[in-house]
Design a protein around this ligand. Structure first.
Ligand code: GDP
Ligand code: IMO
Ligand code: MG
Length: 423
């Protein structure tokens, strides 16, 4: 049975959590394939609001198996707290499965993340300071410690001591900090291991067997295409591959299993942290997007920077991810504006760019070329089907489809599960 990937087409916070939750109604397993607790996915069901960070958004659908794949980085304390918080709200977390190959976020990763940012000063990335970058750095330099190491205390201690030899030099000599104690960390982490053990498994095998048995699998990306370490606005990116290709590497399922790639696209665009942002609005319109759209970070509470939809970036995301369809979210927020704008190209130094420029420095000082569309000026948050949408909203959706070259199969008109229109 085929698998579907849900991927953000912007700089994150497109509404992937909500869209995944809606899709998860009809699937058996939902797997996260990259990132860690830098992600914040908000889901609203009735009067209840859930903010998930590491556990896949499918967890709120009874019977769905939430899988945390090998491509993720896992802070075990955060995972245990998240499971406990969900269980306290009567959400069944017994099915959560964690890859034995996933890498652990260690206390020194969090510390070094914060210190590196401080030292970068005005050049800082604006990370979530959750230790994501340093954990992936250790993974790729082959100094990482994996979930499976928690179940071999001798191996765990050996790896930790080897890591701390280097980390403590960095902490003490470079950053003027106190060294960290191996035994205290080992005691803490081995205890997390005991609490997590029943959830740990070979998740690649689990997913492959499920697909073989005809079950439906959904891959839930964190972050977004423009935050991808390879394809994003480097270095203002995260340290993994949120793009659709990351789903196979980060889950251990071959690309032939995937036949649908849904690009979650906010009807405008936002970014948290530093980096270029051609359509950023530093005016009343941007302010309205923040306030009406509730654009405050789920993880860090930071105000998100907002601007008009960038169709150059959307077309790019469509290509990089091989999108088969788009889920267009937060279109209700656009009801606020008389006239809507979509960026269709960039201009810099007399040159027009219809694609993302090869030299990313252009992104810092280009002018967006906007196309204007009429707004609809009425509240659409109560719409129950495409037929309920005013003609101007349907025109806006049709223009997004044209510019992206991909059909819009789902439109979201509010945070609620039921505020979703499909065709
Ligand atoms: P994610 O990281 O991509 O899962 O997105 P976040 O959850 O961080 O941010 C999206 C925010 O918008 C959340 O607060 C959602 O509850 C909310 N949201 C999602 N879809 C819609 C929508 O269609 N309309 C409105 N007004 N809010 C939405
Ligand atoms: P979701 O899944 C928005 C941003 C950070 C920072 C950069 C690197 O909710 O869409 P990191 O801590 O990953 O090293 O930070 O990436 N960032 C996100 N921005 N949504 C996210 O996740 C993000 N995860 C990381 O703000 O600019
Ligand atoms: Mg988010």
């Amino acid at each position: 049975m085929p698998a579907t990937v849900i991927v953000g087409t912007q700089w994150g916070d497109e509404g992937k959590g909500k869209v995944t939750d809606v899709f998860a109604e009809n699937v058996d397993l939902v797997a996260r394939y990259q990132g860690g607790n830098n992600a914040g996915h908000t889901i609203v069901i009735g009067d209840e609001r859930f903010a998930l960070t590491l556990i896949p958004s499918g967890v709120l659908n009874p019977g769905v198996t939430p899988v945390i794949g090998n491509g993720t980085v896992v802070d075990p304390k955060v995972l245990l707290e998240e499971m406990a918080a969900l269980a306290a709200r009567d959400v069944d977390v017994s099915l959560v499965r964690l890859s034995a190959n996933a890498h652990l976020i260690m206390p020194y990763h969090r510390k070094i993340d914060a210190l590196q940012e401080r030292f970068l000063g005005s050049g800082q990335i604006g990370t979530t300071k959750r230790g994501i970058g340093p954990a992936y750095t250790d993974k790729f330099s082959r100094h990482g410690i994996r979930v499976q190491d928690l179940f071999d205390p001798k191996i765990f201690r050996d790896k930790l001591e080897a890591a701390l030899k280097e980390k403590n030099k960095t902490l003490v000599k470079l950053y003027n900090q106190l060294p960290m104690d191996a035994e205290a960390i080992a005691a803490e982490y081995l205890e997390y291991g005991r609490q997590l053990e029943s959830h740990v498994t070979d998740t690649s095998l689990l997913l492959s067997e499920a697909l073989e048995a005809g079950k439906e699998v959904l891959f839930e990306g964190a972050q977004g295409t423009l935050l991808d370490i390879d394809h994003g606005t480097y270095p203002f990116v995260t340290s993994s591959n949120p793009t659709a290709g990351g789903a196979t590497i980060g889950s251990g399922v071959g690309p032939t299993a995937i036949d649908k790639v849904v690009g979650v696209t906010k009807a405008y665009i936002s970014r948290v942290g530093s980096g270029p942002f051609p359509t950023e609005l530093d005016d009343e319109i941007g302010e309205t997007m923040i306030e009406v759209g509730g654009e405050y970070g789920t993880v860090t509470g930071r105000r998100r920077r907002c601007g008009w939809l960038d169709a150059v970036a959307l077309r790019y995301a469509s290509r990089i991810n091989g999108l088969t369809e788009i889920a267009l979210t937060k279109i209700d927020v656009l009801s606020e504006f008389e006239t809507l704008k979509i960026c269709v190209a960039y201009e810099a130094d007399g040159e027009r760019y219809d694609e993302l420029p090869r030299q990313h420095r252009v992104l810092y000082n280009c002018e967006p070329v906007y196309e204007e569309l009429p707004g609809w000026g009425i509240d659409i948050s109560g719409a129950e089907s495409f037929e309920d949408l005013p003609p101007a909203a349907l025109d806006y959706i049709a223009r997004v489809e044209e510019l992206a070259g991909v059909p819009v199969s789902m439109v979201s008109v509010g945070p609620q599960r039921k505020a979703t229109l499909t065709r």
